[in-house]
Design a protein around this ligand. Structure first.
Ligand code: GDP
Ligand code: MG
Length: 171
């Protein structure tokens, strides 16, 4: 996928309630490292990573970590502008954080109508293996209104599916 705005830089945002694991997901991807006690993100900030896509082309991903608190929502919204892809995070099996995403999706779509949406059920290490299928089915049902949504369960702690999430985001 190429950026709407520049062929070489892609803007990616991670969105979702406080505590769902956005910062850890980025850290796990960039540093292959998991921290139990990440400080709460207070203001949006980004990291950059060069990616070689499967077709051999190179792209720079600018990965924005956003703040989930309500009082920062208006501010966060500014950072959603011109996004190419948004990774919507909820805790796998946690209905509240999943339902909260509808509002986040509206905010992102207002700023970036063409943005590609990816859904990640985080902290998959905390759910039973035999529950994974159910959790994926629940989220597919919840997000089916967003045209064939891409949904992953992932764990920043074990690294499970972390690469795949970011790979899907940039292909
Ligand atoms: P954010 O507010 O969305 O950025 O959430 P953080 O990345 O700060 O994570 C919130 C809490 O969840 C932290 O205490 C993390 O250690 C924990 N956490 C994040 N990802 C995982 C995961 O994959 N597995 C487990 N077990 N805990 C996680
Ligand atoms: Mg954070």
């Amino acid at each position: 996928m190429e950026s709407q705005y520049s062929p070489h830089i892609m803007k990616m945002i991670l969105v979702g309630n406080t505590g769902v694991g956005k910062t850890c997901l980025i850290e796990s991807y960039l540093k292959k490292h998991f921290e139990e006690n990440t400080p709460t993100t207070l203001s949006p900030n980004y990291s950059t990573k060069q990616i070689t896509k499967s077709d051999g082309s190179k792209i720079t991903m600018r990965i924005w970590d956003t703040a989930g608190q309500e009082k920062y929502q208006a501010l966060s919204q500014l950072f959603f502008r011109n996004s190419d892809v948004a990774i919507f995070c909820f805790i796998a099996g946690d209905r509240e954080s999943m339902l909260a995403l509808h509002e986040w999706i509206n905010m992102v779509k207002n700023e970036s109508p063409l943005c590609k949406l990816i859904f990640v059920g985080t902290k998959s290490d905390l759910i039973e293996k035999n529950e994974s299928e159910n959790r994926i089915r629940d989220s597919e049902a919840e997000f089916q209104q967003y045209q064939s949504p891409l949904i992953f369960l992932a764990s920043s702690k074990t690294g499970y599916n972390v690469e795949n999430v970011f790979r899907a985001a940039c292909e």
